[in-house]
Write a protein that binds this ligand. Sequence first.
Ligand SMILES: Cc1cc2nc3c(=O)[nH]c(=O)nc-3n(C[C@H](O)[C@H](O)[C@H](O)COP(=O)(O)OP(=O)(O)OC[C@H]3O[C@@H](n4cnc5c(N)ncnc54)[C@H](O)[C@@H]3O)c2cc1C
Length: 499
Amino acid sequence: MDADVIVVGAGPVGLLLAGELRLGGAEVTVVERLTTPMTESRASTLHARSMEILEQRGLFDGLETPPNLPAGHFGGIRLDLSQQPSRFPGQWKLAQADLERLLADWARGMGTRILRGYDVRTVTSSEDAVEIGVHTARGPKRLRAAHVVGCDGDQSSVRRLASFDFPGLPATRELFRCDLTGVDIPDRRFERFEDGLAIAATRDGVTRVMVHEFGRWPVRRTSAPEFTEVASAWKRVTGEDITGGAATWVDAFDNASRQVSRYQQGRMLLAGDAAHRQMPVGGMPLNVGLQDAMNLGWKLAAVVQGWAPVGLLGTYDAERRPAGRQALHMIDAQAHLLLGGPEVDAVRAVLTRLIELPAVRDELAAMVGGLDVRYEQGDRLDGARLPYAVLETASRSTTTTELLRAGRGVLLDLSGDQTRGDGLEQLIQDVPGAVKTERATVPDGSPLAGIDTILVRPDGHVAWTGDCDSDPTAALCRWFGAVKEGRYSPARSGSAHDT
Ligand SMILES: Cc1cc2nc3c(=O)[nH]c(=O)nc-3n(C[C@H](O)[C@H](O)[C@H](O)COP(=O)(O)OP(=O)(O)OC[C@H]3O[C@@H](n4cnc5c(N)ncnc54)[C@H](O)[C@@H]3O)c2cc1C
């Protein structure tokens, strides 16, 4: 084997996944077609949950937090994000190229091998391994691993070569996008004209324009459109002449919406745009992909490390496919609102009023920010992400974010009961998986107040919550491997919260 896991694609999703796999102890090789890192300005928005994830792994340590915008949009209609229940409400502006550099340094620093100039051409899966054939400048090569994950974007080779079923809706509308220097046009935030939609934003001397002519069907293309085509569309929609500008990058994209019907086929898996193709709007696709990587990393690492309980890896598809479907719905709805002509004006007018209602605003803001993802519907926090909270341990003041830094699960005992804490510590010694215990207290008003015990997964989602006399054994077995039976009898001496 050349690695435990080969990740195809050094985009943001592949790089985050590689880091997560390394944290879990897996040997990882990333193969990437491009010989040098991507420099185009693609997605530039990180949403609240992505910021939480990156902070959780310490990726902003020593760096300035990216610039923040308190509002985003839903289908071009202003959406206040400032009330999101997160440490990072709003939109955070980080160019994709910078995010990729950050993630690559982190993953490489932990021992990930990144092979550039490796274009995957074949994928062959057998009972105990997957072999990929790659084209390199020095000729063809073959690499073998126990698992291969395709993080190779919306035109995924892995998806095609491994014949993943990829149903969905075909494209019905086309948009142009380009980066320009040397033009002086006003910023336009999702401005609707009689004949189309225009967006312009200038940052650091570069103007990103996007334009759609209402009713414009996609054209079959084998290469990017010429700038003159974009300039003509811009002129027809806005009346402005941008032909004097110099285009550094031109691109056409569409509103196709597809999702693979399974995220896993034996030893091959998909994550990010390779698993779901959607209109790239508002940074949502990238942010959904980062959550795929967080969900998959520790589970796949557990499999190759040999401690994964039966069915653990299967929960990747079971959890992320519905989450991806919901995100696609959100994006499709926005595409409809953005690209529809006068026929959507009435719906837009109604939504513009509704979005001011706190309940509507908060629901949409949670969805856009990735904060609503819940893998299980239970009491309290079960299945939800662990909220940020300050924790007081016997020796230090810490936070839930810090607790998850190492990428291990945590059995957090907040009961304040010595016997209970001792019992949990003893129990955890018999758990084969990557989980530790921590005893702490939380101040009044904390989002964790009133909960005695919380089992948190390495991806920051709550696996289980319990009272002082509840037994976490079944939850530990389910997520971190079989615990020897009869080692723990729940303490019944009462918790600090009982009083
Ligand atoms: C041109 C473009 C512009 C975009 N602009 C925006 C935007 O303005 N706003 C927005 O929200 N989103 C935008 N997006 C979408 C956003 O960039 C993606 O959602 C995000 O990058 C997905 O991350 P990923 O890691 O899944 O895939 P990608 O970032 O696409 O990474 C896939 C990687 O796999 C590599 N690869 C592909 N095939 C192979 C192969 N056969 N062998 C080896 N390596 C391979 C690619 O070179 C690439 O580095 C844009 C995407 C593109 C392509």
